[in-house]
Design a protein around this ligand. Structure first.
Ligand code: SF4
Length: 75
């Protein structure tokens, strides 16, 4: 099984800034500041962009989901 582009397979459930390797959250006196370390902008956990780069554990979940779908579709 290969998963060349995890953003194309079963990613709707996980696709958001919170699951991206570039998502950062820092506690400040004003509250929690959430931002993108790649672009330098503020962001929110549920916002969704095409620059998404899923974290490793998300890639593993997507691969597992694709594998389970591949197995069930072979039946
Ligand atoms: S803006 Fe793009 S690169 Fe930054 S955290 Fe969100 S999805 Fe990732």
């Amino acid at each position: 099984m290969t998963l060349d582009d995890p953003s194309q397979a079963h990613s709707e459930r996980y696709h958001c800034c919170a699951t991206c390797v570039h998502y950062c959250a820092k506690r400040t006196d004003a509250g929690v500041h959430t931002y993108c370390s790649r672009l330098g902008y503020d962001t929110r956990p549920n916002w969704k962009f095409h620059c998404w780069t899923p974290k490793e554990h998300i890639i593993q979940r997507l691969k597992a989901k694709q594998f389970s779908n591949d197995v069930t579709s072979e039946k």
